[in-house]
Ligand binder design. Structure first.
Ligand code: FE2
Length: 455
């Protein structure tokens, strides 16, 4: 009651409210028209399935950039597999609403998730009723039926979830579907065998007790997973501290890494890269110049031209940075992006002289975002470039310094930011014209990493 009393309408756009109302209405109509189970199910069993699903969903662990991870799919499909009627759909929808409210989600979002579950499991129920042989577990027919039902449930989920994301205007259909399909494969492969096992156990002498015992390994898996996430977070915080040390060392590039990280993340998303890759690229953006910690300040801030030896010392920051973060196991791919963020698409960059597809995609994305941010912000040695001019330089460098596909995607990011009135992009696109980057000293050019001239 306290939860309901504290409910206030959220500032969702009108289309989102219409979507919530429509999906909920459709869920109610479909559920009321779904067939009842053929066998009688006790209220106690229905209650136990409801509690099990609600507890498992409440135990979901939030993973950065991936969303919530839980074993709910297994419990939902197993429940529909065992009960095979409208009762299962209602119980699972109620469990979802209860779990979301317990996790302090807004009421309307909790109801929407319940409606999603009802529609998805209603579709899964049709598959089960069409393909299942009868009571008990018939191998291999019921295995196929359950796997197909789980697949149908997840695909319907992608369409329903993307509906609301699209209405919120935070993504486009292609990106949403690609990342949705990419993210269902692992849970599907991991959880569907568990769903089948739960159905088998239900028809064994253990019945519901056997199914409830599933909570024990699930709790242990959750504990282990949380410990892993904590360890990962502490590694990341250590590296972030290094990045902050770099910011403190060079006040002119303060905030540069953060801006590059955000731009690189958005560009990677526009290019339709999978969520894990996008996350790596974002980290790489934050850490790409970390190796400058090992380069003397006198060189980084030298106002005059650099000697060949000094230039090569400054250029070592890419390799130095990669070697610094490589020992952190989950940043191994990030290290390779950092190592190659100064490679040129035509092979004229450093340190490896790699070209085209030999350069990791993350490094090709960073090269563009790094150049853009360096060109459009004030430095000690020059004023910021006019954004239009900076964009022209990026375009002029497409095919030589930059990957043309990345430049194209980056242009879309800028256009989107401008349309949304995002503070950073708006600032970037309204900076007054000033002196050319080409007038900067070699040290400055190296530090900015931002010209279509070869250096
Ligand atoms: Fe760099």
């Amino acid at each position: 009651m306290r939860l309901l009393a504290s409910w206030r309408p959220r500032p969702h756009p009108i289309p989102v409210w219409v979507y919530i109302a429509t999906v909920t209405g459709v869920a109610i109509v479909l559920t009321l028209n779904a067939p009842l189970a053929d066998q009688s199910i006790s209220v106690l069993e229905l209650l136990l399935f409801l509690i099990l699903a609600a507890v498992v969903e409440t135990m979901a662990v939030r993973v950065p950039n991936l969303g919530a991870v839980s074993a709910t799919l297994a419990v939902q499909v197993a429940t529909v597999g065992v009960i095979a009627g409208r009762e299962a759909v209602i119980v699972m929808a109620l469990a979802m609403v209860a779990a979301k409210l317990l996790r302090r989600q807004p009421v309307e979002i909790s109801v929407l998730n319940g409606a999603f579950a009802a529609i998805e499991l209603g579709a899964a129920l049709q598959v089960i009723r069409l393909l299942r042989v009868g009571q008990g577990f018939a191998y291999p027919e019921d295995l196929v039926a359950l796997f197909l039902a789980g697949g149908v449930k997840l695909v319907v989920n992608i369409f329903l979830v993307n509906g609301i994301i699209l209405l919120d205007g935070k993504t486009n259909l292609r990106t949403a579907l690609r990342s949705g399909l990419g993210s269902i494969l692992v849970p599907y492969v991991a959880l569907m065998p568990m769903a089948c096992l739960m159905v088998v156990i239900y028809y064994s002498p253990a019945r519901m007790i056997g199914i409830l015992l599933f909570l024990v390994p699930l709790l242990f898996a959750r504990y282990s997973f949380l410990a892993y996430l904590e360890l990962r977070q502490s590694h990341l915080e250590t590296v972030e501290a290094l990045a902050a040390a770099l910011d403190a060392k060079d006040s002119y590039s303060k905030g540069h890494s953060d801006r590059v990280a955000k731009l690189a993340k958005e560009t990677a998303e526009v290019m339709g890269l999978r969520a894990g890759k996008v996350e790596e690229i974002e980290y790489a953006g934050r850490l790409h110049d970390i190796g400058k910690i090992g380069v003397p300040d006198a060189l980084l801030n030298k106002p005059g031209p650099l000697t060949a030896e000094e230039l090569s010392r400054v250029r070592q920051h890419a390799t130095l940075g990669a070697d610094m973060i490589k020992p952190v196991s989950f940043l191994r791919n990030v290290a390779e992006i950092v190592r190659y963020h100064h490679e040129w698409y035509d092979g004229g960059g450093y340190p490896g002289g790699l070209r085209e597809e030999q350069i990791p995609i993350g490094a090709r994305i960073l090269a563009v975002c790094d150049a853009w941010d360096a060109m459009t912000t004030d430095r000690s040695y020059r004023r910021a470039l006019d954004p239009q001019e900076a964009l022209q330089r990026l375009r002029a460098g497409a095919g030589t310094q930059f990957d043309p596909r990345v430049v194209e995607a980056f242009t879309k990011v800028l256009a989107r930011r401008q349309a949304e009135g995002s503070s950073s992009s708006t600032a970037a696109l309204t900076v007054p014209p000033s002196s050319s980057l080409l007038s900067a000293s070699p040290a400055a050019v190296e530090q900015a990493a931002a010209t279509t001239e070869k250096k």
